[in-house]
Design a protein around this ligand. Sequence first.
Ligand SMILES: NC(=O)c1ccc[n+]([C@@H]2O[C@H](COP(=O)([O-])OP(=O)(O)OC[C@H]3O[C@@H](n4cnc5c(N)ncnc54)[C@H](OP(=O)(O)O)[C@@H]3O)[C@@H](O)[C@H]2O)c1
Length: 208
Amino acid sequence: MTTAIIGAGAIGSVLAANFVRGGEDVVLASRSLKHAQAVADNVGARASTVADAITEADKVVFAVWFDVAKDLLARYAGKLGGKTIIDPSNPVTVDGDGGFTKTIARDESAGQVLAALVPADARFAKAFGTQSAPTLAGGSGHRPPTAQFHATDHKEAGAAVAELIKTGGYAPVLIGGIDQSIRIEVFGDLHETTLGSTVTEGEAKKLI
Ligand SMILES: NC(=O)c1ccc[n+]([C@@H]2O[C@H](COP(=O)([O-])OP(=O)(O)OC[C@H]3O[C@@H](n4cnc5c(N)ncnc54)[C@H](OP(=O)(O)O)[C@@H]3O)[C@@H](O)[C@H]2O)c1
């Protein structure tokens, strides 16, 4: 099983390191193959072009900003059939006042917007965007494990993402379908910035 991570920045590099540590075959891609290769070398993953990384993977994490994810889903639609697509994005931008503001309507989620853009035979899931990159890095491998929430409309994708969450060193907690994505994005009630800390699987299950 191979996971492609598109985006080798803050989130992509943490996920790549954690998945490799858990035994996953990981191929990284970004705008710059040189950058993806440098990050891959650092964490023990492989690097490739976006097209080739998607082609060889069964799971594709789009660790890029929301608008970039929209573009890439359209550009690579022909290669995404049959794959599990994982979205960690938060639809936010800096507000110029030290905080963040949403770039889509308050009652919309990036998960729902992006899920509507994937090919009918791809399986979409929301995961890995609930915590900051440093929290995500520090929370891997804890005993008891820290929870990672996920949401999907597809049973098979739910199972694949739950397995990947475990590989990354966390406990998977399914919160429901993609219509629940908003709860685990920035400003949602299960997002780190609202909860104020990581939670264990047991604590997480009481919150959903
Ligand atoms: N940072 C966090 O703490 C955090 C927490 C939760 C969720 N998220 C979400 O995770 C996503 C990624 O955030 P980040 O902080 O990791 O961003 P980042 O550090 O800015 O990294 C973005 C990555 O996207 C790549 N990229 C940009 N355009 C691309 C394209 N056209 N094709 C392929 N790759 C492209 C960049 O490539 P190059 O390296 O080649 O420039 C870069 O590696 C965002 O949606 C964000 O909302 C972030």
